[in-house]
Design a protein around this ligand. Structure first.
Ligand code: PLP
Length: 395
């Protein structure tokens, strides 16, 4: 039987990107000792109090169908959270509670794209972005980020990529995979550009709480002037180390939320009230263990970078935010793909090739900071050793 075009458009999008990870899993299952730096899955346990709240709320009154846009209580908690973040009143009607950032992205693009509409995305980009753009028939247009500029945006290049079909720009700061956190000036310049060309801004802020050093998180949503065109997608997956809850949301204008609701209702018919309660609790509470988790990621990044410092063939920059470090292999002359394969087969270290995240990830490895310091240090040693060997062997 023939399926619709959407199934063809999305088929195969992505599976090859995870080939190195899949091979690592197979070898681990066969009993080999592997170091996994491939997946952005927090290794820290979520705060016990959030689990306790979910258990407490898993009771008859909270097991009914929830409101399509989320229960008032969680939207009130989101309203408090974003009012504090933005410094202006954000109403409880400015949210759609959804199963994770991924669903939020899917619904955002379903709501704004017609077939053939183009979306600017900054390359390297998160592995599922092509799919969420392609689902409603959109066309991803990759705009290169320069690794030598820390993968920060070039506004002139962005503007040059705009055509009459451009409908939106997809932003992800802090970025997976690059670790870049866009500055206030960069976000302002992007906002100005989107206003000038009347573009939507879809801002994936799933790593907003993971910021390092003197970097400051900024969102186009912070600017009242950009509110009507900005759709924020986020969740507690990374901030609270609880991706399996699938608790996320869209934050946008009241008008957008009211109109996009029919899409999410057609698909989901509401979500789980008891998990919404746990999310509200999570958003309203400060957890010192989450500060510790952030410090742990930061410490691991420093160890990795320190471990590569002596090498004259590979290097890495301290991420400004997020859970990942990009290791620059370009001096070795190998692709990220070839290097990741050799690292896997010869040194039992599982990473993601930079190419999995777009053409501009070429010659890089993405390393997830989700294993303990000892393993990170050991992985750095093996990465440096392999690079050294390859440099001297001329491959
Ligand atoms: C950039 C980015 N966006 C979205 C997601 C999906 O997050 P969620 O668990 O909230 O669906 C991820 C998960 O790794 C991610 O890295």
């Amino acid at each position: 039987m023939k399926l619709a075009k959407i199934a063809e458009r999305l088929s195969g999008l992505g599976s090859e990107k995870w080939a190195v990870h899949g091979e690592g899993k197979r070898r681990a299952a066969a009993g080999e000792n592997m170091i996994f730096l491939s997946i952005g899955e927090p290794d820290a346990a979520p705060p016990e109090a959030i689990l306790e709240e979910a258990r407490k709320q898993m009771r008859p009154g909270r097991l009914h169908y929830s409101a399509g846009n989320g229960e008032l209580s969680v939207r009130e908690a989101l309203s408090r959270y974003y009012t504090k973040q933005t410094g202006r009143p954000i109403s409880n009607k400015q949210f759609l509670f959804l199963p994770g950032t991924q669903t939020a992205l899917f619904i955002a693009f379903m709501a704004i794209l017609d077939e053939g509409d183009e979306v600017l995305l900054l390359d390297p980009y998160y592995a599922t972005y092509e799919g969420v753009i392609a689902a409603p028939g959109g066309v991803p247009v990759a705009v290169p980020l320069d690794p030598d500029n820390g993968f920060h945006p070039n506004i002139t290049a962005l503007e040059a990529a705009i055509t009459p079909r451009t409908k939106a720009l997809l932003l992800n700061s802090p970025s997976n995979p690059t670790g870049a956190v866009f500055t206030r000036d960069e976000i302002a310049a992007i906002g100005k550009l989107c206003k000038k060309h009347d573009l939507w801004i879809v801002s994936d802020e799933v790593y907003a709480s993971l910021i390092y050093g003197n970097n400051i998180f900024t969102s186009p949503f912070f600017d009242k002037d950009l509110e009507e065109r900005t759709i924020v997608t986020s969740s507690i997956s990374k901030s609270h180390a609880i991706p399996g809850f699938r608790c996320g949301w869209i934050a946008a204008s009241e008008d957008f939320c009211a109109r996009a609701l029919s899409i999410s209702e057609s698909m989901l018919f509401g979500s789980q009230a008891f998990l919404e309660d746990a999310t509200a609790f999570a958003l309203d509470t400060h957890f010192p263990e989450l500060d510790a988790m952030r410090n742990t990621y930061q410490a691991r990044a420093k160890i990795l970078i320190e471990g590569l410092k002596g090498s004259n063939s590979v290097s890495a920059r301290m991420p400004e935010g997020g859970m990942f470090v990009m290791v620059d292999l370009r001096k070795t002359g190998l692709s990220g793909e070839d290097f990741a394969r050799k690292l896997l087969t010869e040194h039992n270290v599982v990473t993601m090739p930079g190419e999995s995240f777009g053409a501009c990830g070429a010659g890089h490895l993405r390393v997830a900071l989700t294993v303990d310091e000892k393993q990170v240090a050991e992985a750095a040693k093996r990465i440096a050793a392999l690079a050294e060997k390859l440099m001297h062997s001329g491959h």
